[in-house]
Ligand binder design. Structure first.
Ligand SMILES: C[S@@+](CC[C@H](N)C(=O)[O-])C[C@H]1O[C@@H](n2cnc3c(N)ncnc32)[C@H](O)[C@@H]1O
Length: 270
C-alpha cells in the first residue's frame, strides 16, 4: 500500500533529506511530503516520533493511517537498530565515569569537529572525559581543557595519553566561568551538561543551567561553538548558525546526535 506522508517541523538547515531518508520528498519550508510504502512510512514514523529539532516538534501525518501491527513492527525494528550507534572512544583502556560516558561525543564526530577547527587554539569549557578535547588535539589544535570535576578531568588526561595527545592539551581543574576571563584562544568550545534525561522534544536555553554563565564569559573569544541537544530552541541564540550533526553507524545515521551552533564575537581589545 502507498501512503501520503507529511512531515512538519523540519528546519531547512538540518539536512532534511538525511533525516527523512529514501523517498521522493517535496520540501516546502519546514514541511516535507512524499508517497511511501507502508514499511517506509512506519519506519519514518517510528524514528521521528516524539522528537523535536531546533526547538520545534516534528509531526508526522500518514494517510491512510498505518495499521497497529505495522507501527508495532517498525518500533521494534527501530529499537533494535538503536543499539548500533557511533562509538564513543574506540581504544581499549579508556576511563569514563557515568556522566563522562553518557555525555561523551562519539569519537568520529569529535574528530570531524576537530578537523573543522583546523589547528586553531581551542578552549574547551567543560571537557568531561575528554571526547572533544582529544578530537581537537588529534586534528592538530592546541587545547585548554577545563573541567570542574577532578575525577573526570583525571580521566580526560588519562584518555588523552592513550590517544597520544596529552602534550597538546593543557588541563585545568576549576570553574570555567571563573577561568575564561583569564584565558585566550581562537575558539571557545562549549558542551554543557544536557542532563541524563534531556527532552527529545524541546530544550530551552534555561534548561541547560551551565550554558548561560559560560556564554556570558565568552566575549573575549573571537569565535564560539556550542554543542547542544538536537531539540535545542535555536531562537535562544539568534546570532548563531545552527548545524545538525548526524551519527555515522547504521542505528544513528539518520538521527541528529547534536546541534552545533557557531557564531563570531567582536574581539575585545586587551
Ligand atoms: C557534556 S559534558 C562534556 C563532554 C565532552 N564534550 C565529551 O565529549 O567528552 C559537560 C562537562 O562540563 C562540566 N562543566 C559544566 N559546567 C562547568 C563549569 N562551569 N566549569 C567547568 N566544568 C563544567 C561538567 O562537569 C561536565 O563534565
Amino acid at each position: 500500500m502507498i501512503h501520503h506522508v507529511w512531515v512538519r517541523g523540519v528546519p531547512a538547515w538540518c539536512e532534511p533529506l538525511r533525516l527523512l531518508g529514501p523517498g521522493s520528498w517535496v520540501l516546502d519550508g519546514k514541511n516535507a511530503r512524499a508517497d511511501l510504502t507502508t514499511f517506509a512510512a512506519a519506519d519514518l514514523d517510528a524514528r521521528l516520533r516524539g522528537i523535536g529539532i531546533g526547538g520545534g516538534a516534528i509531526e508526522v501525518t500518514v494517510d491512510p493511517p498505518l495499521s497497529r501491527p505495522a507501527v508495532r513492527a517498525a518500533r521494534t525494528t527501530d529499537a533494535r537498530r538503536r543499539r548500533d550507534t557511533t562509538p564513543g572512544f574506540t581504544r581499549a583502556g579508556v576511563r569514563l565515569d557515568d556522566e563522562g560516558r553518557y555525555s561523551l561525543t562519539p569519537e568520529a564526530l569529535a574528530l570531524a569537529l576537530g578537523e573543522r577547527a583546523a589547528g586553531r587554539v581551542v578552549v574547551d569549557a567543560g571537557c568531561g572525559a575528554g571526547g572533544n578535547s582529544i578530537g581537537f588535539a588529534r586534528a592538530g589544535s592546541r587545547v585548554v581543557a577545563i573541567e570542574r570535576d577532578a575525577t573526570r578531568l583525571a580521566a580526560a588526561r588519562h584518555n588523552a595519553r592513550l590517544y597520544g595527545v596529552e602534550a597538546r592539551i593543557d588541563f585545568r581543574q576549576g570553574d570555567a566561568v571563573a577561568l575564561l576571563p583569564k584565558l585566550a584562544g581562537d575558539l571557545l568550545f562549549v558542551d554543557p551538561p544536557w542532563g541524563a534525561e534531556w527532552s527529545r522534544l524541546g530544550t530551552a536555553l534555561d534548561d541547560l543551567p551551565a550554558l548561560g554563565p559560560l556564554l556570558a564569559a565568552s566575549a573575549r573569544f573571537p569565535e564560539v561553538w556550542a554543542k547542544l541537544p538536537p531539540s535545542f530552541d535555536v531562537t535562544g541564540l539568534p546570532n548563531a548558525r545552527p548545524e545538525a550533526w548526524y551519527g555515522m553507524a547504521k542505528g544513528d545515521e539518520r538521527r541528529v546526535k547534536f546541534l552545533l551552533l557557531r557564531w563570531r564575537n567582536t574581539p575585545l581589545e586587551g
